[in-house]
Design a protein around this ligand. Structure first.
Ligand code: NAD
Ligand code: MG
Length: 364
């Protein structure tokens, strides 16, 4: 097992927390035991994950005399809303969960975001513990404290920064993850290499086959190096006033793709892959990286079985979805671009013409 500590304040503080990464650690309750003084927890999960892993966690807790209240939500991004959040509050209240009763998230990013927001607000905040069960959740959403739900007018529009007490990422759990979800998670792994860790990117290129085959050691290493990168970024900029924005490489284009096709048509990671190819191409046209670099980036996604061509919506539609149609007129847009492979930056002076050319040249 490997452990990373996320240090949120200048000196190690009460808010610092560990991320434990290893195989078959779901049932190692000693990893979370210090947070269970009341010997009681609530476990938020969903109808897909519950039959696979809920009993394993509950019986391990029971062996330590810890009682658990299971809260099983419907599965899907469309349930990341007020109604589902209320189901969590209903269950917490009905079961008289107290301020010292931790909320555990056992699931992917949807469950983690919902459970985290519930933990942030129930009784003005109860301890929160993450057991991420998708690759995306293990390398990205479970770390960093962003929690929340969607609003009919926008994704992730309601939420709170609320850090977990501990994250337990069990790589064995990924054995049951659908292939497409695994690949989508790899898109975020690649992102860390591109924005700040070129050595990791080389490692990913060399280990992609094993990663796709879910080789346990390679998975653990990928999760570990991703979390280390995310932890460093979050430590430097918890509330996204600076470098944390770099984690959004490919996401501006990606969100436009997800939104245009209807959320769920392309998985987030798929949209980020095609979106990053657009960002790479834009970086090249801005004189920052070479054609060879762009090809290398494209190849990594191809290796991962991810899409590299964004849907051809026409530049106007992209600009509109990116909220840039008005800004183009006003002149200011902010993009995450690649200065070189392994180094990203925020650029706020992309000429509208270059952006339009990129969109015309790179969509299929
Ligand atoms: P998800 O939570 O919808 O999970 C994907 C699918 O896999 C679901 O059907 C789920 O039930 C299933 N599943 C989960 N674990 C499984 C397992 N071990 N075996 C079999 N099936 C399993 O999707 P996701 O990609 O994990 O998360 C996406 C969400 O995360 C989005 O809502 C996004 O906004 C959010 N997110 C949040 C942050 C953050 O910082 N908080 C960062 C990135 C993404
Ligand atoms: Mg993302």
């Amino acid at each position: 097992m490997k452990t990373i500590t996320v240090d949120l304040d200048a000196t190690p503080s009460e808010r610092s927390y560990p991320i434990h990464i290893g195989s078959a650690i779901l049932s190692q309750i000693e990893l979370i035991m210090t947070h269970l003084p009341r010997k009681r927890v609530a476990i938020v999960t969903n109808t897909t994950v519950a039959p696979l892993y809920l009993e394993r966690l509950r019986s391990a807790l029971e062996k330590q005399d810890v009682a658990s209240v299971p809260i099983i939500l419907p599965d899907g991004e469309e349930y990341k809303n007020w109604q589902t959040l209320n189901l969590i509050f209903d269950a917490l209240l009905t079961n008289r969960c107290e301020r010292g009763t931790p909320v555990i998230a056992l699931g992917g990013g949807v469950v983690g975001d919902l459970a985290g927001f519930a933990a942030a607000t129930y009784l003005r905040g109860v301890p929160f513990i993450q057991y991420p069960t998708t690759l995306l959740a293990q390398v990205d959403s479970s770390v960093g404290g962003k929690t929340g739900i969607n609003h009919p007018l926008g994704k992730n529009m309601i939420g709170a920064f609320y850090q977990p007490k501990v994250v337990v990422a069990d790589s064995t759990i990924l054995e049951t993850l659908p292939e497409r979800e695994l690949r989508a998670g790899i898109a975020e792994v690649i992102k860390y290499g591109l924005i700040r860790d070129s050595a990791f990117l080389v490692w990913i290129e060399q280990n992609m086959t094993k990663l796709l085959a879910r080789d346990p050691e390679v998975l653990i290493e990928a999760i570990y190096r991703s979390c280390r990168n995310k932890a460093e970024v979050v430590e430097a900029d918890e509330h996204e006033s600076g470098v944390r924005a770099l984690l959004n490489l490919g996401h501006t284009f990606g969100h436009a793709i997800e939104n245009a096709l209807g959320y769920g048509t392309w998985l987030h990671g798929e949209a980020v892959a095609a979106g990053t190819v657009l960002a790479a191409e834009l970086s090249r046209r801005m004189g920052m990286i070479s054609q060879i670099d762009v090809e290398r980036i494209r190849n990594i996604y191809v290796q991962a079985g991810l899409p590299v061509a964004a849907p051809n919506l026409g530049p106007e539609k992209y600009l509109h979805l990116m909220g840039l149609d008005k800004k183009v007129a006003g002149g200011k847009m902010r993009f995450i671009l690649l200065q070189r492979i392994g180094e990203a930056m925020v650029h706020s002076d992309v000429p509208a013409g270059v952006l339009t050319e990129t969109l015309l040249g790179c969509t299929a």
